[in-house]
Every structure is written in C-alpha cells, then in structure tokens.
Design a protein around this ligand. Structure first.
Ligand SMILES: N[C@@H](CCC(=O)N[C@@H](CS)C(=O)NCC(=O)O)C(=O)O
Length: 168
C-alpha cells in the first residue's frame, strides 16, 4: 500500500494520475495546506521541505522499511520504476522523459505558480512581476505547444510521467 500525502493542487494531482494509470492501490492522507498541516512534525519527517505531495511506500521492492519520497518529480520517477508502464524502457526515450520532467519541475510548474501568485493572490499589484511571469508562462506554453505539434504525447506515442507532470 502507498500512502499519498495529498491536497487538491496541481502538484498533488500529478501523483494521483500516475497511481490511477498504473492501477496501483493507494490511500490518501489529507494535508490541508490552508490549515498549515504541511508544517506538522510528522509530515516534515516525510517531506522536510514542508510541501505536499509526498508518499510513503509501505511495500518497497527490497522488502525493507517503508520508503518516504517527497518532490512530485522524484515521486513520479519512483512510481515509474516501481510500477512499470509509466516511462519508456529504452535509454534514449527515458532520457527524453527526464528532460521534460525536469523542464516541468524547474520551469512550467514554478513559473506558472509565480504567475498565479502575482496575478491573483499578491496583496499588492506589481506590474513588473505580473508581466514577467505572464510572459514566461506564455513562452513555456509555446515550448509545449511546439513539442506537441506533431505527436500525441510529450515522449513517443505513450502517455507517461512527463505528461502527468505537465497536465495538471
Ligand atoms: N517542487 C515541489 C513543489 C510542491 C509545492 O509547491 N506544493 C505546494 C502545493 S502545490 C505546497 O505544499 N504549498 C504549501 C505552502 O506553500 O506552504 C513538488 O513538485 O513537489
């Protein structure tokens, strides 16, 4: 059984997409981030950065102690390696999957996060920040559009963890 420490955010949904796609058994452990549950000591032992999602694999492949994993990209790779079928096996396609997963983790996710923050939640309106992140969001969407112009999925012809990271 895999515990998914989850709240209803794009990073959280990445993990549910992977588990559902693989048909894996999992249990949701809610982490209500608007109540600050991500800073509770029990959760910080699993996810030291105080952010969800995180998982705990209670049946790891080596039969040892439960395995905690934090950071959605690391969780997707862990699940792909454990469950199979979520990432291509050949080295070249695997390399491409990791490139696009890192692109999402380092670019698309954080930049859209900043965009939404400055456009919708910031206590004061800062035109420079709004313009910067709206422009960067637009550029990143352009990169993704270009990538998907002639293929159904980000890597090859199979739905995989790069798509699961980018979609939410
Ligand atoms: N790089 C992290 C980002 C996780 C993240 O930002 N999680 C947000 C929700 S989507 C969170 O826990 N926010 C709580 C807070 O900001 O205190 C990942 O991909 O797992």
């Amino acid at each position: 059984m895999i515990d998914v420490h989850f709240w209803t955010t794009p990073n959280g949904y990445k993990i549910l997409l992977a588990l559902e796609e693989a048909g894996a058994a999992y249990r949701i452990v809610p982490v209500n981030i608007s109540e600050g549950r991500q800073f509770e000591p029990d959760f910080l032992r699993i996810s030291p950065n105080g952010r969800m999602p995180a998982i705990v694999d209670h049946a790891p492949a080596d039969g040892g102690e439960p395995v905690p994993v934090f950071e959605s990209g690391a969780i997707l790779i862990y699940l792909a390696e454990k469950l199979g079928g979520l990432m291509p096996d050949d080295r070249r396609s695997r390399k491409t999957t990791l490139e696009w997963l890192m692109w999402q983790m380092g670019g698309l996710g954080p930049m859209l996060g900043q965009n939404h923050h400055f456009s919708h939640y910031a206590p004061e309106r800062i035109p420079y920040a709004i313009e910067r992140y709206v422009k960067e969001t637009s550029r990143l969407y352009g990169v993704l559009d270009e990538r998907l112009a002639d293929r159904p999925f980000i890597v090859g012809d199979a739905y995989g963890i790069a798509d699961m990271a980018a979609y939410p």
